[in-house]
Design a protein around this ligand. Structure first.
Ligand code: SF4
Length: 406
């Protein structure tokens, strides 16, 4: 990736975990552990104190802390955590239209507190009706919690937004979910508190846990069964089609000029995720081993940032050195009928390349074997060489400090 330009970053810590283990979760399924206030302060200070080689002063002028990156406010002392974030950051914490659905359902005082601290909208995810939904969450009662949570949001004056994940399992259950929206009068009740009820269907991004449910990815045949009102509201919310068949996307990608990054865009706001074991990742990529930048208990912060800036992990290496066209040529299914957001397909291919490469080879070995910094893939068509070097560009997928893919 290009050398760090931004002097403002986020550091998000997994201080309490999550009550769910969603089968689409890009953050994976790590254990729930607690991090204490001292851990949070220490990690933030490490980033705040980093001085880049050749410079005199700390590089980052602003380091904002987030005391969660899985379920927000799942920490039993969530109010104290909120106060702590405000103190560390010197401004009110951002909410990203996300709250703890579990807490909304189980703590009757939570919704009004969330409204008081400035939450105006909250997204809730569904995968189907009760049985299907709870299977996706890997927690019985999750569907019912989401219904109670929706009611409590409205009572507190917070706009609910329903995100439906499009898999082959939800298709026959869509009419029942739409009926539920009508029965709960969600449009009317949201209007009554001064807003619009957003309802949309989206495909899971093929990384994290969602990698394991690729067999449930819908096809064009499923897409035609989506009720027109939902299709329209989804296209309105997403700003374009819900998705396209892989084969159709590939035919375009193969003709594309090489542009880097190939899969994960350079985020507008760079965020470092720190797990409860102090492993560090960034919001370029997913929380898989081939994206891990280091560990704060074992590695110097300079080393961790060097790994990021110089693509010293396989995920970054692929993202900045192998074009989407090249990946498509090797991994794409030209007759693929499954539906993807066009920006998600390179993510799938980068993951395939990383999985097939990790942990047999390290980036250094790959680089030294290929003096032009070139491809690890064999049989790339000759007319495509010489391979381009990484440049800044591309506009495929970007994650904010907190992703609404919850
Ligand atoms: S998607 Fe959100 S709620 Fe589900 S497991 Fe991941 S962090 Fe938890």
């Amino acid at each position: 990736m290009p050398p760090l330009q931004t002097r403002s970053i986020w550091v998000a810590l997994d201080t309490a975990g999550c009550p769910n283990r969603c089968r689409h979760c890009w953050l994976g399924v790590s254990p729930n552990r607690r991090m204490c206030e001292d851990d949070i302060r220490r990690v933030v200070e490490l980033f705040r104190g980093w001085v880049k080689l050749g410079e005199q002063n700390p590089f980052f002028e602003r380091v904002n802390a987030l005391t969660w990156y899985r379920e927000p406010d799942y920490h039993p002392n969530y109010r104290e955590m909120h106060t702590l974030e405000e103190e560390i950051n010197g401004e009110p914490p951002r909410r990203f239209d996300l709250l703890s659905i579990w807490r909304l359902a189980h703590d009757p005082t939570y919704a009004s507190w969330a409204r008081k601290v400035g939450t105006e909208a909250c997204q809730i995810s569904f995968f189907g009706t009760q049985k299907t939904n709870d299977w996706f969450f890997r927690r019985s009662g999750a569907f019912q919690d989401s219904i109670v949570a929706t009611d409590r949001l409205l009572e507190a004056g917070i706009r609910p937004r329903w995100q439906l994940f499009f898999t082959s399992l939800i298709v026959p259950e869509l009419p029942e979910l739409l009926e539920l929206v009508g029965r709960m009068r969600l449009r009317e009740r949201t209007e009554a508190i001064g807003g619009e009820f957003d309802l949309f269907l989206r495909t899971p991004t093929p990384d994290g846990e969602a990698w394991n449910i690729e067999d449930l990815r819908p096809t064009a045949k499923d897409l035609v069964q989506v009720p027109s009102e939902l299709r329209e509201s989804s296209e309105h919310y997403l700003g374009g089609p819900i998705g396209e068949a892989e084969g159709a996307i590939i035919s375009r990608v193969l003709d594309d000029d090489p542009v880097f990054p190939s899969a994960y865009e350079l985020p507008e706001e760079l965020c470092f995720y720190v797990t409860s074991s102090f492993d560090v990742f960034s919001n370029i990529g997913e929380l898989a081993p081939w994206w891990k930048l280091g560990n704060l208990e074992q590695d110097d912060i300079s080393r961790i940032i060097d790994v990021l800036e110089n693509n010293r992990v396989l995920g970054l290496h692929a993202n900045y050195n192998i074009s989407a066209a090249e990946l498509a040529w090797h991994y794409g299914r030209r007759d693929g009928e499954h539906i993807y957001d066009p920006g998600d397909l390179p993510i799938r291919w980068v993951r395939m390349w990383c999985q097939s490469t990790f942990p047999q080879r390290r980036v250094e070995e790959l680089d030294s074997a290929l003096p032009d910094g070139g491809t690890m893939l064999e049989c790339w068509p000759a007319h495509r060489s010489p391979r381009p070097r990484a440049t800044i560009g591309g506009k495929l997928r970007s994650k904010p400090p907190q992703s609404n893919r919850h």
